[in-house]
Design a protein around this ligand. Sequence first.
Ligand code: PLP
Length: 339
Amino acid sequence: MIDFRSDTVTKPSPEMRDFMMNAPVGDDVFGDDPTINELEQMGADMFGKEAGLFCASGTMTNQIAINVHTVPGDEVICHEEAHIYRYEGGGIARNSGASVRFIRGNDGRIDPDLLVGTINPDDQHYPVSRMVSIEDTANRGGGRCYDFEDIKKIKIFCEENNLKLHLDGARVFNALAVSGIDARVYGDPFDTISICLSKGLGAPVGSLLVGSNDFIKKARRVRKVFGGGMRQAGIIAAGGVYALNNNIDRLKEDHDNAKKIGSILEKKRWIKKVLPVETNIVVGHVADHLKESDAVEALKAIGILCVAFGAGRIRLTTHLHITKADIIFLENNLPDTIE
Ligand SMILES: *Cc1c(COP(=O)(O)O)cnc(C)c1O
């Protein structure tokens, strides 16, 4: 089976496991885990922030950020396809009692021009507009990247309206691999950034939240309340240290593989259209006579795993286990028709 279901399916390499095995550890709730401290500072420094917080998942880092930035009743502004809204179990409401305002925009990205008019007046009828969250790359948008100029426009809007700006950067290094923008420059407009270590970077567990000292102090408290204070977790954080040191530069290979998959899929009669492939995600619309689950099953029968992605779409994701040989296999074995 070639597994294109997600970039979360990777397993730690022997070198990464070795590094994890030998990592110094301590009780992180006492601040005693040197490997976690190193990872948190590494992430913060990369994006030009003061401090970092190691968490169990990207859902946790996003939800903690929302919890710190808002009070119950406040409004979070995000794209209608945002992970924080669609795939985090209603956590914005459940964890933070906040409400949501959607913004439209192409391929999962907020259109900055549509932000005007989304700020509620200072009037007792309305929730208080408190923060904007964007996703780069945008998962539901097929891994599309923001134009940095648009991010700057969004930032200016946030400053004018006293809003915090959060980045759901589950795949931020994929975005940076495309734009070539320095992470510190890119990080500047954001108050807070969530970074997944367990996606394309290939660590087994964990995400980082980075921001100011004051923000991270509050976030640490919320992480404890959410049950996320861990003890000798340096053993897993070490996977993150290894990933940041070794697995960023190779993301371009994933993007090349994904582009090839995109062009292979485009030629198939059972595919109506493929979203533009910029990073490691390929989203194809299946032909009208098919359900997306039919296509997923047909590919599974020939040893290719992918996922149904809603609205007649399938998603294939590349990652560090996908080789050139896998792409050749796909090219030679993908059927021209599916009935
Ligand atoms: C995967 C992902 C997350 C975090 O997911 P976890 O599975 O909780 O680590 C957040 N945002 C986006 C866009 C993602 O793709």
